[in-house]
Design a protein around this ligand. Structure first.
Ligand SMILES: NC(=O)c1ccc[n+]([C@@H]2O[C@H](COP(=O)([O-])OP(=O)(O)OC[C@H]3O[C@@H](n4cnc5c(N)ncnc54)[C@H](OP(=O)(O)O)[C@@H]3O)[C@@H](O)[C@H]2O)c1
Length: 332
């Protein structure tokens, strides 16, 4: 079978991408509680880019196959899971073995979602991570009874899903982006509150909006100095939920007095931990709700293009060049 192989981690993202090769490999064998999946499509997420740079919390022994998410069909299994053979699945695999950028790969039964037959398999390749992340994050805002939220990296896919889910609950969204072109796109789509980081009066505008709309929850995918800017702009009794580190920089600029005297807090969100805290029925209920939203078109990942294995380098370069233009899928 063909697989994509990473031979060197490289903090220089272009160099890391260039080190990816398509190679022949032995077919993996499913172990206990695992199934063998024939890939339909694999997603490319910021976590995959961080992984090939060696900057993610998972570092596999090299050579390694990248890819944490994908869709496909179960073709073989260890005993006890034969009922899954032939099922279409979406999965999120974060262990130090094989990844989804491979014609075939193995998945533990707890890391896969069996799909409704009506699910589009390209959409299914991006189903297990971002929709659930957005769901978990919006749930935090609901528990806090926040009338409005702030989110940065707002041209990305998680923020797009957050807008959809927030709208459903009547929560206003203040969107922050770094490029004027992304701001224009979001405004054209009908979003009321869109701010560009480069704007001269950005901090002032953000603070005014955050107070006027009582934005007491913020979702931070960027880190760096932007975390401090968002945190300081929020009214008292607010929470900054950090779920991504796109800037690659430590969070700075947090107003100490806000933490001590204004009941403002910072927390982290990680999909796997969130999922592990749910009981099985809760997860099944959310899964059914989200699959239904994909089937009826309420939620949809913006997929810009597909790269075949042999075009992986070109595809990844395109993705990192403009992440707000949508995801790329990888297919054998
Ligand atoms: N904690 C969790 O469990 C969890 C789960 C899922 C996702 N995530 C994280 O969520 C974040 C968003 O993922 P996604 O799939 O929505 O991403 P995506 O669709 O690929 O888009 C990334 C977005 O981030 C923007 N961006 C990139 N670097 C930036 C920077 N330094 N400063 C400001 N904006 C920047 C991009 O804007 P440009 O077009 O300007 O590049 C783009 O709009 C990532 O950090 C990902 O790792 C976390």
């Amino acid at each position: 079978m063909k697989t994509i192989s990473l031979t060197n981690y490289g903090s220089n993202v272009l160099r890391a991408i260039l080190s990816l090769k398509v190679v022949d490999a032995d077919m993996p064998k499913p172990g206990n509680d695992e199934v063998l999946v024939k890939l339909h499509a694999a997603a490319v997420n910021p976590s995959d880019i961080a992984f090939i740079q060696g900057g993610y919390n998972i570092v596999k022994p090299l050579p390694a196959t990248p890819g944490f998410e994908g869709s496909g069909t179960v073709v073989d299994t260890a005993d006890g899971l034969r009922h899954l053979i032939g099922k279409k699945i979406s999965c999120f695999v974060q262990n130090d073995k094989g990844g989804t950028w491979s014609e075939y790969f193995t998945v533990h039964k707890d890391d896969l979602i069996v799909l409704d037959d009506r699910m589009d398999m390209d959409q299914a390749a991006c189903f297990t991570v971002n929709p659930f992340t957005a769901y978990g994050l919006v749930n935090i805002a609901l528990l806090r009874e926040s009338p409005a939220i702030i989110q940065n990296a707002a041209g990305g896919q998680v923020p797009a899903f957050i807008r959809t889910l927030a709208r459903e609950h009547g929560i206003e969204v203040i969107n922050i982006v770094r490029k004027p072109a992304t701001a224009d796109k979001l405004t054209e789509e009908g979003n009321k509150y869109v701010l560009t980081e480069q704007d001269e009066k950005f901090e002032e505008k953000l603070k005014t909006l955050a107070h006027d709309l009582t934005a007491t929850t913020a979702f931070d995918a960027v880190g760096g100095a932007g975390s401090g800017t968002v945190f300081n702009a929020m009214p008292g009794d607010s929470e900054l939920v950090v779920y991504g580190g796109l800037s690659g920089k430590p969070m700075t600029g947090i107003d100490t007095m806000d933490v001590i005297f204004r009941d403002k807090i910072i927390s982290g969100f990680n999909l796997i931990d969130w999922k592990n805290e749910l009981d099985e029925n809760e997860f099944l209920e959310i899964n059914e709700k989200l699959q239904q939203k994909f089937i009826n078109g309420e939620m949809k990942t913006n997929i810009r293009t597909t790269a075949r294995f042999e075009d992986i380098v070109k595809g990844l370069k395109e993705y990192i060049g403009n992440m707000s233009s949508g995801k790329i899928l990888i297919k054998p």
